[in-house]
Every structure is written in C-alpha cells, then in structure tokens.
Design a protein around this ligand. Structure first.
Ligand SMILES: CC(C)(COP(=O)(O)OP(=O)(O)OC[C@H]1O[C@@H](n2cnc3c(N)ncnc32)[C@H](O)[C@@H]1OP(=O)(O)O)[C@@H](O)C(=O)NCCC(=O)NCCS
Length: 210
C-alpha cells in the first residue's frame, strides 16, 4: 500500500505511512504542521482506518502528551571491536529462500511496535541485506542490515537473538554498530544492553490515536 507523503487538511499536514497496513494493520502518522492537532489527528486516523488500519500511531502532534504513549524509538550503538565473539554465521537469502525469510520476519515482527511489514516482493534480496543465522548446523535466527546499521534481528531458537546480532555486526562496517529499538521492547533491550549497546538518543515518540 502506497504512503501519502503529504496529506493536507485545513487543520494541518501530515505524512501517512501505510506500508504496514496490509500485513500488520498498523498505520503511522508523521505530523508536519498543525493548526488544530486534535482535529488533524482525527482526520488522519479516519483516513488510515478507511485504508484498513486497526491501530494508528502519530508523532509530532503539538499536544501529543495528551495521547497515550505507545513507544519511543531509541538509537543505540556499540563499538564493534568490543562485542563478544561468536561462532554463528550468516547465510544470505536467495531467490529460493526469500519467501520463507519474509514469512519468518513478518511472523516475528507482527507484535513489535513500529515494525515495518515486508511484502514478499520487497527488494530485501536485491540489496543483499537479509540473512539466515546459523549456529552448530541449525538456523537460530534471521537478520537484516547494511552499512553499519542493524535493521532487524529475530530469534528462531533460544539464544538466536544474540547469535543474530553478533554475526550480523561482524559482517557490518565498523567501528560503530547502530540500531533502532522501541523503548517498550523489553526482550530486545535486554539483549542489546547485555551485549554492550548503549542508548544514544531518542529519535521519536509515538502516541496511539483514538
Ligand atoms: C528480541 C529477541 C531477538 C531476543 O532474542 P533472544 O535473547 O535470543 O531470545 P531468548 O533466548 O530469550 O528466546 C528465544 C526466542 O527463540 C524463540 N524460539 C525458541 N524455539 C523456537 C523454535 N523452535 N522456532 C521458532 N522460534 C523459537 C522463542 O519464541 C523466543 O523468541 P520470542 O522472544 O520472540 O518469543 C527475540 O525476543 C525476538 O526475536 N523478538 C521478536 C523480534 C524483535 O523484537 N527483534 C528486535 C527488534 S529491534
């Protein structure tokens, strides 16, 4: 589903992010300007719901603290040289395994706040950014990243998250490895903190509309 880069009404303007509506039922609203924040939020939510969204989340509303906080998005970093060693390896996704990888990703990220739903046609393969994580002959996780950024990791077996972070970080560019995480994702925070990642900044705050 296409995003609406500029949704304007007499109450303001917003960027409507609808890409995750088909798979996760969630839409995101980045408010660009608002004369009447409450009225604009209601209009954006109405549009997103008509497009099929069940949950609508917004950032940048002037009176945003009056809505229930859904999550903050934090940027965390770690020095690659200081991460623990791992025996885990990455196996790039191929044309044959792309569908399986995307299905696993969507299953693991359905309940993760602000996660992006991937359609099977998504160009993860072209960019060669998506991997299965293998350890001791088993697939223990999935990972996605590029440059010095971890985009996504998920566990398919106990300890799979740790294996995924470390194997991916080893393959990414250093010296600093960065990622974004929802402040309410306790399991992910525990994993990242345990490996030495530290919060650098709050990138955005998201509030549930309606
Ligand atoms: C955050 C996360 C990566 C932590 O991984 P971890 O520390 O290795 O996880 P643990 O060792 O405590 O737990 C084992 C995981 O393997 C999963 N697992 C165990 N056996 C499994 C099997 N046979 N098939 C599939 N999954 C299995 C468990 O369900 C658990 O995942 P869950 O936390 O999603 O329920 C993991 O909780 C996860 O994949 N969460 C969903 C995706 C996510 O939030 N990613 C981070 C976004 S920034």
């Amino acid at each position: 589903m296409k995003n609406i880069p500029l949704f304007t009404t007499e109450n303001g303007a917003a960027n409507l992010i609808l890409g995750s509506v088909p798979g996760f039922g969630t839409a995101y609203v980045r408010v660009l300007s608002a004369q009447d924040g409450k009225a604009l939020a209601a209009e954006c939510a109405q549009f997103c719901r008509a497009a099929g969204a069940e949950g609508v989340y917004a950032t940048g509303l002037p009176e945003q603290e009056s809505w229930p906080l859904s999550t903050e998005i934090w940027r965390m970093t770690a020095q690659k040289a200081r991460l623990p060693q791992t025996q885990a390896t990455l196996e790039p996704v191929t044309a044959e395994t792309l569908e399986e990888w995307v299905a696993l990703y969507n299953r693991k990220f359905r309940a993760v706040p602000n996660a992006v739903w991937l359609s099977p046609s998504q160009a993860v393969l072209k960019a060669r950014e998506a991997f299965f994580v293998r350890l001791a002959g088993q697939t223990v996780g999935i990972a996605k990243g590029a440059g010095n950024q971890i985009h996504a990791v998920a566990a398919l077996a106990p300890g799979g998250g740790r294996a995924a972070v470390l194997a991916l970080a080893k393959a990414l560019e250093g010296p600093e490895i960065a990622l974004e995480v929802a402040s309410v994702n306790e399991k992910a925070l525990e994993l990242y903190r345990g490996l030495g990642f530290r919060k650098m900044e709050t990138l955005s705050k998201w509030y549930k509309i309606g």
